[in-house]
Design a protein around this ligand. Structure first.
Ligand SMILES: C[S@@+](CC[C@H](N)C(=O)[O-])C[C@H]1O[C@@H](n2cnc3c(N)ncnc32)[C@H](O)[C@@H]1O
Length: 302
Protein backbone atom coordinates (compact mmCIF):
# COMPACT_ATOMS: atom_id res chain seq x y z
CA UNK A 1 0.00 0.00 0.00
CA UNK A 2 1.24 3.53 -0.77
CA UNK A 3 2.46 5.53 2.23
CA UNK A 4 -0.12 8.11 3.25
CA UNK A 5 2.31 10.92 3.96
CA UNK A 6 1.69 14.37 2.50
CA UNK A 7 4.46 15.20 -0.01
CA UNK A 8 7.17 17.40 1.47
CA UNK A 9 8.50 19.72 -1.28
CA UNK A 10 12.02 19.83 0.20
CA UNK A 11 12.17 16.05 0.36
CA UNK A 12 10.76 15.63 -3.15
CA UNK A 13 13.29 18.15 -4.41
CA UNK A 14 16.11 16.14 -2.79
CA UNK A 15 14.84 12.99 -4.55
CA UNK A 16 14.72 14.85 -7.88
CA UNK A 17 18.26 16.11 -7.32
CA UNK A 18 19.49 12.55 -6.64
CA UNK A 19 17.72 11.33 -9.75
CA UNK A 20 19.08 14.08 -11.99
CA UNK A 21 22.63 14.16 -10.67
CA UNK A 22 23.19 10.43 -10.04
CA UNK A 23 20.56 8.73 -12.18
CA UNK A 24 19.11 6.84 -9.21
CA UNK A 25 15.38 7.22 -8.94
CA UNK A 26 14.06 6.64 -5.42
CA UNK A 27 10.65 8.09 -6.21
CA UNK A 28 9.05 4.64 -6.42
CA UNK A 29 10.36 3.62 -2.98
CA UNK A 30 8.19 3.69 0.13
CA UNK A 31 8.28 7.22 1.49
CA UNK A 32 8.25 6.55 5.23
CA UNK A 33 11.19 4.12 5.22
CA UNK A 34 13.03 6.24 2.64
CA UNK A 35 12.73 9.32 4.85
CA UNK A 36 13.80 7.37 7.90
CA UNK A 37 16.89 6.08 6.14
CA UNK A 38 17.86 9.41 4.63
CA UNK A 39 17.39 10.91 8.11
CA UNK A 40 20.06 8.48 9.37
CA UNK A 41 22.54 9.91 6.85
CA UNK A 42 21.47 13.44 7.73
CA UNK A 43 22.21 12.73 11.34
CA UNK A 44 25.57 11.16 10.49
CA UNK A 45 26.61 14.15 8.39
CA UNK A 46 25.14 16.79 10.70
CA UNK A 47 22.72 18.06 8.06
CA UNK A 48 19.75 19.77 9.67
CA UNK A 49 17.30 19.54 6.81
CA UNK A 50 16.95 18.02 3.34
CA UNK A 51 18.42 21.09 1.65
CA UNK A 52 21.50 20.91 3.88
CA UNK A 53 21.81 17.21 3.10
CA UNK A 54 21.75 17.97 -0.60
CA UNK A 55 24.79 20.20 -0.03
CA UNK A 56 26.51 17.28 1.73
CA UNK A 57 25.86 15.13 -1.34
CA UNK A 58 27.41 17.81 -3.52
CA UNK A 59 30.54 18.40 -1.48
CA UNK A 60 31.35 15.05 0.18
CA UNK A 61 32.66 12.61 -2.44
CA UNK A 62 31.82 9.43 -0.49
CA UNK A 63 28.38 10.48 0.71
CA UNK A 64 26.38 9.16 -2.21
CA UNK A 65 27.79 5.65 -1.69
CA UNK A 66 26.93 5.92 2.02
CA UNK A 67 23.40 6.97 1.13
CA UNK A 68 22.97 4.04 -1.26
CA UNK A 69 24.20 1.60 1.37
CA UNK A 70 21.76 3.01 3.90
CA UNK A 71 18.73 3.21 1.63
CA UNK A 72 19.15 0.02 -0.37
CA UNK A 73 19.99 -2.16 2.61
CA UNK A 74 22.37 -4.73 1.22
CA UNK A 75 21.65 -7.20 4.02
CA UNK A 76 21.81 -10.73 2.67
CA UNK A 77 23.20 -14.15 3.48
CA UNK A 78 23.90 -17.53 1.96
CA UNK A 79 20.76 -19.69 1.86
CA UNK A 80 18.73 -16.94 3.53
CA UNK A 81 15.56 -18.58 4.93
CA UNK A 82 17.03 -22.06 4.87
CA UNK A 83 13.70 -23.93 4.76
CA UNK A 84 12.71 -22.21 1.50
CA UNK A 85 16.11 -23.05 -0.03
CA UNK A 86 15.55 -26.66 0.98
CA UNK A 87 12.35 -26.69 -1.10
CA UNK A 88 14.29 -25.12 -3.95
CA UNK A 89 16.95 -27.82 -3.68
CA UNK A 90 14.55 -30.73 -3.36
CA UNK A 91 11.84 -29.74 -5.82
CA UNK A 92 12.51 -26.70 -7.96
CA UNK A 93 16.08 -27.31 -9.11
CA UNK A 94 15.35 -30.95 -10.15
CA UNK A 95 12.18 -29.80 -11.98
CA UNK A 96 14.13 -27.15 -13.90
CA UNK A 97 16.86 -29.61 -14.83
CA UNK A 98 14.28 -32.17 -15.94
CA UNK A 99 12.41 -29.66 -18.09
CA UNK A 100 15.50 -28.12 -19.70
CA UNK A 101 16.61 -29.36 -23.07
CA UNK A 102 20.25 -30.41 -22.98
CA UNK A 103 21.34 -28.12 -25.79
CA UNK A 104 19.53 -25.01 -24.59
CA UNK A 105 21.03 -24.40 -21.17
CA UNK A 106 19.55 -23.19 -17.92
CA UNK A 107 19.22 -19.48 -17.23
CA UNK A 108 18.92 -18.00 -13.77
CA UNK A 109 18.51 -14.35 -12.78
CA UNK A 110 19.15 -13.09 -9.26
CA UNK A 111 17.59 -9.61 -9.10
CA UNK A 112 18.94 -7.47 -6.26
CA UNK A 113 21.82 -9.87 -5.67
CA UNK A 114 23.61 -7.56 -3.19
CA UNK A 115 27.08 -8.92 -2.32
CA UNK A 116 26.61 -12.21 -4.16
CA UNK A 117 25.52 -14.67 -1.47
CA UNK A 118 22.21 -15.37 -3.23
CA UNK A 119 23.53 -16.17 -6.75
CA UNK A 120 26.39 -18.19 -5.25
CA UNK A 121 23.88 -20.19 -3.17
CA UNK A 122 21.99 -20.93 -6.40
CA UNK A 123 25.25 -21.91 -8.11
CA UNK A 124 25.99 -24.42 -5.35
CA UNK A 125 22.51 -25.97 -5.62
CA UNK A 126 22.83 -26.51 -9.37
CA UNK A 127 26.44 -27.68 -9.11
CA UNK A 128 25.37 -30.24 -6.54
CA UNK A 129 22.52 -31.42 -8.74
CA UNK A 130 24.45 -31.53 -12.02
CA UNK A 131 28.07 -31.94 -11.03
CA UNK A 132 30.53 -29.08 -11.54
CA UNK A 133 31.44 -29.88 -15.15
CA UNK A 134 27.84 -30.04 -16.36
CA UNK A 135 26.93 -27.00 -14.27
CA UNK A 136 29.64 -24.98 -16.00
CA UNK A 137 28.47 -26.17 -19.38
CA UNK A 138 24.75 -25.64 -18.94
CA UNK A 139 24.00 -23.01 -16.32
CA UNK A 140 24.30 -19.26 -16.64
CA UNK A 141 23.43 -17.10 -13.63
CA UNK A 142 22.84 -13.41 -14.20
CA UNK A 143 23.18 -11.49 -10.96
CA UNK A 144 22.15 -7.85 -10.97
CA UNK A 145 21.87 -5.00 -8.53
CA UNK A 146 21.46 -1.26 -8.60
CA UNK A 147 24.34 -0.76 -6.22
CA UNK A 148 27.80 -0.80 -7.83
CA UNK A 149 29.56 -1.09 -4.49
CA UNK A 150 27.60 -4.24 -3.60
CA UNK A 151 28.46 -5.64 -7.04
CA UNK A 152 32.14 -4.89 -6.54
CA UNK A 153 32.09 -6.88 -3.36
CA UNK A 154 30.11 -9.68 -5.08
CA UNK A 155 32.73 -9.93 -7.81
CA UNK A 156 35.46 -10.32 -5.20
CA UNK A 157 33.52 -13.29 -3.77
CA UNK A 158 35.45 -13.16 -0.52
CA UNK A 159 33.54 -13.70 2.71
CA UNK A 160 34.34 -13.57 6.40
CA UNK A 161 33.72 -16.49 8.78
CA UNK A 162 30.41 -15.01 9.97
CA UNK A 163 29.19 -14.56 6.39
CA UNK A 164 29.52 -18.26 5.67
CA UNK A 165 27.85 -19.47 8.86
CA UNK A 166 24.74 -20.61 6.95
CA UNK A 167 26.69 -22.59 4.37
CA UNK A 168 26.45 -26.33 5.15
CA UNK A 169 29.93 -27.63 6.10
CA UNK A 170 30.20 -30.00 3.13
CA UNK A 171 29.43 -27.19 0.68
CA UNK A 172 31.83 -24.85 2.46
CA UNK A 173 34.56 -27.42 2.13
CA UNK A 174 33.78 -28.12 -1.51
CA UNK A 175 33.08 -24.68 -2.95
CA UNK A 176 35.20 -22.27 -0.91
CA UNK A 177 38.92 -21.82 -0.69
CA UNK A 178 39.95 -20.87 2.81
CA UNK A 179 42.55 -18.15 3.01
CA UNK A 180 43.89 -16.75 6.28
CA UNK A 181 40.75 -14.92 7.38
CA UNK A 182 38.43 -15.39 4.48
CA UNK A 183 36.56 -17.83 2.34
CA UNK A 184 36.85 -17.34 -1.40
CA UNK A 185 33.97 -18.73 -3.45
CA UNK A 186 34.94 -21.28 -6.13
CA UNK A 187 36.62 -19.66 -9.12
CA UNK A 188 35.19 -22.31 -11.42
CA UNK A 189 31.57 -21.78 -10.37
CA UNK A 190 32.07 -18.03 -10.44
CA UNK A 191 32.78 -18.18 -14.17
CA UNK A 192 29.10 -18.98 -14.71
CA UNK A 193 27.86 -16.07 -12.60
CA UNK A 194 27.71 -12.77 -14.46
CA UNK A 195 27.32 -9.66 -12.35
CA UNK A 196 26.01 -6.42 -13.76
CA UNK A 197 24.37 -3.20 -12.75
CA UNK A 198 20.67 -3.15 -13.52
CA UNK A 199 17.73 -1.25 -12.12
CA UNK A 200 14.75 -3.58 -12.06
CA UNK A 201 12.34 -0.63 -11.98
CA UNK A 202 13.68 1.07 -15.09
CA UNK A 203 15.86 -1.25 -17.14
CA UNK A 204 14.72 -3.88 -19.63
CA UNK A 205 14.54 -7.35 -18.15
CA UNK A 206 16.73 -10.27 -19.14
CA UNK A 207 14.67 -12.91 -20.93
CA UNK A 208 14.08 -16.69 -21.07
CA UNK A 209 14.78 -17.22 -17.39
CA UNK A 210 14.18 -20.60 -15.77
CA UNK A 211 14.66 -19.46 -12.19
CA UNK A 212 14.20 -15.86 -11.17
CA UNK A 213 14.95 -14.81 -7.62
CA UNK A 214 13.86 -11.36 -6.53
CA UNK A 215 14.05 -11.53 -2.78
CA UNK A 216 13.68 -8.77 -0.24
CA UNK A 217 13.62 -6.00 -2.82
CA UNK A 218 9.95 -5.55 -3.71
CA UNK A 219 9.12 -4.83 -0.07
CA UNK A 220 10.94 -1.50 -0.37
CA UNK A 221 8.89 -0.38 -3.36
CA UNK A 222 5.55 1.41 -3.43
CA UNK A 223 2.62 -0.74 -4.59
CA UNK A 224 2.48 1.32 -7.77
CA UNK A 225 6.13 0.60 -8.54
CA UNK A 226 5.69 -3.07 -7.66
CA UNK A 227 2.99 -3.20 -10.29
CA UNK A 228 5.50 -1.94 -12.86
CA UNK A 229 8.13 -4.48 -11.81
CA UNK A 230 5.95 -7.59 -11.59
CA UNK A 231 5.00 -7.66 -15.31
CA UNK A 232 8.69 -7.27 -16.13
CA UNK A 233 9.55 -10.28 -13.99
CA UNK A 234 6.70 -12.16 -15.63
CA UNK A 235 8.03 -11.24 -19.08
CA UNK A 236 11.55 -12.36 -18.10
CA UNK A 237 10.48 -15.89 -17.23
CA UNK A 238 10.20 -18.93 -19.46
CA UNK A 239 6.68 -20.42 -19.56
CA UNK A 240 7.78 -23.13 -17.10
CA UNK A 241 10.07 -20.84 -15.12
CA UNK A 242 9.98 -20.33 -11.37
CA UNK A 243 9.94 -17.15 -9.33
CA UNK A 244 11.39 -17.11 -5.82
CA UNK A 245 10.50 -14.15 -3.60
CA UNK A 246 11.45 -13.18 -0.05
CA UNK A 247 9.65 -14.38 3.04
CA UNK A 248 7.98 -11.02 3.71
CA UNK A 249 6.79 -10.60 0.14
CA UNK A 250 3.21 -11.75 0.30
CA UNK A 251 1.79 -9.39 -2.31
CA UNK A 252 2.04 -11.91 -5.13
CA UNK A 253 -0.70 -13.97 -3.55
CA UNK A 254 -2.89 -11.26 -5.05
CA UNK A 255 -1.21 -11.05 -8.46
CA UNK A 256 -2.95 -12.58 -11.43
CA UNK A 257 0.40 -12.93 -13.19
CA UNK A 258 1.74 -15.72 -11.00
CA UNK A 259 0.46 -18.92 -9.51
CA UNK A 260 1.91 -20.15 -6.25
CA UNK A 261 3.67 -23.50 -6.23
CA UNK A 262 4.73 -23.30 -2.61
CA UNK A 263 2.98 -20.26 -1.18
CA UNK A 264 4.63 -20.64 2.22
CA UNK A 265 8.07 -20.40 0.65
CA UNK A 266 7.09 -17.73 -1.90
CA UNK A 267 7.76 -19.93 -4.90
CA UNK A 268 5.65 -19.23 -7.99
CA UNK A 269 5.28 -20.06 -11.66
CA UNK A 270 3.94 -17.70 -14.25
CA UNK A 271 0.41 -17.62 -15.55
CA UNK A 272 0.54 -17.26 -19.34
CA UNK A 273 -0.55 -13.80 -20.48
CA UNK A 274 -1.23 -12.18 -23.78
CA UNK A 275 1.79 -10.14 -24.87
CA UNK A 276 1.08 -6.59 -23.82
CA UNK A 277 2.36 -3.51 -25.54
CA UNK A 278 2.71 -1.70 -22.23
CA UNK A 279 5.25 -4.26 -21.04
CA UNK A 280 7.25 -4.80 -24.19
CA UNK A 281 6.91 -1.30 -25.60
CA UNK A 282 9.40 0.41 -23.34
CA UNK A 283 12.21 -2.08 -23.68
CA UNK A 284 14.03 -0.73 -26.69
CA UNK A 285 14.89 2.52 -24.95
CA UNK A 286 16.23 0.78 -21.90
CA UNK A 287 18.83 -1.86 -22.55
CA UNK A 288 20.33 -3.62 -19.53
CA UNK A 289 23.71 -2.01 -18.96
CA UNK A 290 25.35 -5.34 -18.28
CA UNK A 291 24.24 -7.01 -21.49
CA UNK A 292 27.16 -6.75 -23.90
CA UNK A 293 26.86 -6.23 -27.61
CA UNK A 294 28.94 -7.82 -30.37
CA UNK A 295 30.77 -11.08 -29.83
CA UNK A 296 30.12 -11.27 -26.11
CA UNK A 297 26.38 -11.09 -26.72
CA UNK A 298 26.51 -14.76 -27.72
CA UNK A 299 27.09 -15.61 -24.08
CA UNK A 300 23.87 -13.83 -23.14
CA UNK A 301 21.87 -15.77 -25.67
CA UNK A 302 22.94 -19.19 -24.39
C1 LIG B 1 17.84 -6.46 1.19
S1 LIG B 1 18.86 -6.73 -0.19
C2 LIG B 1 18.38 -8.37 -0.64
C3 LIG B 1 19.52 -9.20 -1.16
C4 LIG B 1 19.13 -10.64 -1.53
N1 LIG B 1 18.22 -10.66 -2.64
C5 LIG B 1 18.53 -11.35 -0.36
O1 LIG B 1 17.33 -11.55 -0.29
O2 LIG B 1 19.28 -11.72 0.55
C6 LIG B 1 18.07 -5.75 -1.44
C7 LIG B 1 18.96 -5.51 -2.64
O3 LIG B 1 18.16 -4.95 -3.67
C8 LIG B 1 18.93 -3.95 -4.32
N2 LIG B 1 18.00 -3.03 -4.99
C9 LIG B 1 17.19 -2.10 -4.43
N3 LIG B 1 16.50 -1.45 -5.38
C10 LIG B 1 16.87 -2.00 -6.56
C11 LIG B 1 16.50 -1.76 -7.90
N4 LIG B 1 15.60 -0.83 -8.21
N5 LIG B 1 17.08 -2.50 -8.88
C12 LIG B 1 18.00 -3.45 -8.57
N6 LIG B 1 18.40 -3.72 -7.32
C13 LIG B 1 17.84 -3.00 -6.32
C14 LIG B 1 19.71 -3.31 -3.20
O4 LIG B 1 20.85 -2.61 -3.68
C15 LIG B 1 20.07 -4.52 -2.35
O5 LIG B 1 21.31 -5.05 -2.71
Amino acid sequence: MADRVAPDPQFESLLSYIQESRGVDFRGYKRTSLRRRIALRMEATGAEDFAAYRVQLEVQPGEFAELLNTVLINVTSFFRDADAWEVLREQVVPAIIKAAEKNVGIRVWSVGCASGEEPFSIAMLFAEALGVAEFCERVKIYATDLDEEALRSARQASYGPRDVENVPPDLLEKYFEKTKNHYLFSRELRKCVIFGQHNVVHDAPISRIDLLTCRNLLIYLEAETQSVVLPRLHYAMNPNGYLFLGKAETQLARSALFRSVKAKYRIFTKVPQEWRRSIGGSFSSSRPRMEPSGADARMWRR
